[in-house]
Structures are given as C-alpha cells and as structure tokens.
Write a protein that binds this ligand. Structure first.
Ligand SMILES: Nc1ncnc2c1ncn2[C@@H]1O[C@H](COP(=O)(O)OP(=O)(O)OP(=O)(O)O)[C@@H](O)[C@H]1O
Ligand SMILES: [Mg+2]
Length: 370
C-alpha cells in the first residue's frame, strides 16, 4: 500500500515507473541514467494519451515521468486525465517548456520539472518527489485520524451528557414518588395526631417532628429541582432567574441578571446546555472567585444564544484550567459542542472571570423541541 511506503525507496524495493515519452531514444537514455543509480526501477513506456490512461487504470505506478509536448496532447492533459484521488508523483522530464507552461504545471499539482539534458539529477529528483508525497500522505492520515478521534470524543461526550441527564431525571422521579410520597404521608399522620392530642408535652414533640419533616420535604424538593430543572418548563430566563436568586440567597454575593428577551425560546437541548453552564459557572464562582458581584447576561440577538456569567473576583490562571482533576469547564466545552456552540473563558488575574457560551440558533431546528 502507498501508506506503508517508506519516504525513500530502499535499494531492494522495485519502483514501478510509467514513462510517457514518444521518443524511444530519450526513453533509453532515461533507463540508462536510472540503471547507473541505486534505485531498482521497472519502467514502462507509453506514447499516446489512450495508452497512458489504459496503463494507469491497469496497474498502480509509484511514479510518472512525462515529456511535456507529445503528438496531439501535452503532459498536462495526461495529468488531468488521472482519476485516482491520490495520484503518484508526476515529474515533467522534457526539453525547455517555457515559464508559462512550468507555472501552469505547478499550479495544477505536478510534482517537479527536470530538463532532459540534466539526467544526472533524475534519481535525486525522483527521491525528493517520493519523500514529499510520503510526507503529504502521512499528514493527511494524521489529520484524518485526529478528526476521527475528535468526532469520537464529541459523540462520547454527547452520549455521556444524555446518560447523566436521564439518570438525574430517574433519581428525581424516585425521590418524588418514594421519598416525597412517604414524607407527605408522615406529615398527614402528624397533623392527625396533633388534632387528636391534648397533652402539651406530646403536642410539642409532634410540632418539633413536623418542623423536621417540613425541612426534609423542602430539602427533597430542592434536590429534585437541582437534578431535573422542571423550572426549565417556564423558559430559560425563568430558570436562570431561579438559579441566580438561590445563589444570591445562599452566598450573599450580589447577583444581577439581564436579557434582551425574557421570553426567549430555544430547543430543549440548547436550553439545558445553557442552564447547566450557568449552574457550573455559579458553582465555580462560589467555590473560587472570592467576589462581591456576579452579572449574568442572556441574549438571543443576531440568532445566537449567548449566556455570559461574569464575576469581579480573583480570576483564573491558565494553568488552573488544565488541572487534571478539573472537569467542570472542560465538560462545558464538550457540552457546548454537542449543540453546535462553543465556550469562551476570559479572565485576568484580579480582574474577574467571564464564562461565555455561544450557540448559533440558525440550525436549531435540527434538535427536538421536547
Ligand atoms: N470564577 C472563577 N474564579 C476563579 N477561579 C476559577 C473560577 N472558575 C474556575 N476557576 C478555577 O478554574 C479551575 C477549573 O474549574 P473547573 O470547573 O473546570 O474545575 P473544578 O471546579 O476545580 O472541578 P469540578 O468542576 O470538576 O468539580 C478551578 O479549579 C479553579 O481553580
Ligand atoms: Mg467546577
């Protein structure tokens, strides 16, 4: 296979060369010049465009040498007739062809040009053309492998996010059905007891148990909302508003929210991505920023959803984003990609941090709305 071909052919390797040449004498000169060198070559000669096309279709050649002007056609016609998407190196071996033709040949992708009087350099020119082709194929292969691996990573991230959301929804359902149901039943029981009890000491115990139960009911509702943001049913703005007010209450950090459109409506996966981005950004602010103010902006202007969470805290150092155990921002980046968007982190030491999610909305119809 061509991929396995070494950069420079080894002396044992047979190089299959197709020589497009109408002069038998010139062909003999080329064979003799190559026989003197270290390359082992098998050279076939063709004279016409039809014979060239037929030879190319029949067997794979490692290299093509071609005279420029041939009866009724030029080497450029031969080069352009090649159908293979990775053609072998094509070297013009000709008399003087003129500058315009040489430029046109290079423009069309021909590998090199050597004057027929300069056959002593032929071996070196062939080696160089093979090296260039080898390097180009190796780069193409590496690029393709990288693209495939990035695609696999993106698919995996998407799968992971979907699994996490499904798992969260399932846990939220269980808390609602099992724990929520039992707590509500226990609450009713305590209410019944307090209606039928007159002993003040027992009533005080019942009240204290009711308070504890109310606390547990509140906690289970909060956990459920965090697991499955049902609040998103009221739209992204309302959901982020709910996040922001809870954050402000818990941390005491003044939190402002602004939007160009309180009723902005985007596909569910984008909504969830934006919501989780705001959630992780706020969690990070409370853990690391040491700030006094957070500003959240949501916009759907110019058909791009942007969500920006900015704090006035200590900022993130570049090395902090590369911490091996930190998955928050890395996860947000992957998550943004799954909905066709991207994440920017902008920060200066002592001057705060901005986490910005951008998602073009022009193609959002590809996502289901539910
Ligand atoms: N708003 C912020 N202000 C200052 N530093 C921040 C801020 N957000 C993140 N950082 C820094 O960037 C690092 C990476 O954040 P990231 O969310 O990726 O990971 P983490 O919060 O450390 O861990 P995880 O999110 O996986 O639980 C943090 O460890 C912290 O040092
Ligand atoms: Mg984090």
């Amino acid at each position: 296979m061509t991929f396995a071909q070494p950069a420079t052919p080894s002396p044992q390797q047979l190089l299959r060369i197709l020589h497009l040449e109408d002069s038998a004498i010139d062909h003999q000169l080329v064979c003799r010049a190559l026989a003197k060198g270290a390359l082992r070559c098998d050279i076939a000669r063709v004279e016409t465009l039809e014979a060239f096309t037929a030879a190319m279709a029949q067997e794979p050649f490692d290299l093509i040498l071609a005279d420029f002007r041939l009866p009724g056609f030029t080497a450029l016609d031969a080069w352009l007739s090649i159908k293979a998407d990775k053609p072998p190196p094509f070297i013009l071996l000709s008399g003087a062809i003129g500058e315009a033709a040489a430029v046109a040949a290079i423009h069309e992708g021909i590998s090199d040009y050597l004057h027929k009087d300069d056959l002593s350099r032929l071996e070196r020119v062939i080696e160089r053309a093979l090296e260039v082709r080898h390097a180009r194929l190796a780069k193409e292969r590496a690029d393709a492998e990288l693209a495939a691996s990035e695609r696999r990573l993106a698919e995996f991230a998407e799968h992971l996010q979907t699994t996490i959301e499904q798992e969260r929804a399932a846990i939220a359902r269980e808390i609602h059905d099992d724990i929520g149901g039992s707590l509500a039943a226990a609450n009713l029981g305590l209410a019944w007891l307090s209606r039928h009890e007159t002993n003040p000491a027992t009533l005080a115990q019942i009240q204290s148990a009711t308070d504890m139960l109310q606390h547990a009911i509140g906690a289970s509702q909060r956990i459920m909302r965090n697991l499955r943001p049902a609040i998103l049913d009221q739209g992204l703005f309302a959901a982020v508003q709910w996040l922001a007010s809870g954050f402000e209450k818990r941390t005491g950090i003044s939190t402002r929210l602004a939007t160009n459109n309180e009723h902005l409506s985007v596909a569910k996966p984008i909504e969830l991505t934006a919501y989780r981005t705001a959630q992780e950004a706020l969690t990070n602010v409370s853990k690391y920023a040491a700030c006094t103010l957070v500003q959240i902006d949501i916009s759907d202007a110019d058909d791009v959803l942007t969500l920006e969470v900015t704090d006035n805290g200590k900022g993130i150092g570049a090395e902090e984003l590369d911490k091996p155990s930190a998955y928050g921002i890395r996860g947000l980046r992957e998550r943004a990609k799954t909905v066709g968007g991207w994440l920017d982190v902008s920060s200066r030491a002592g001057a705060g941090t901005s986490i910005i999610l951008s998602v073009p909305l022009t193609h959002e119809r590809q996502f289901p709305t539910e």
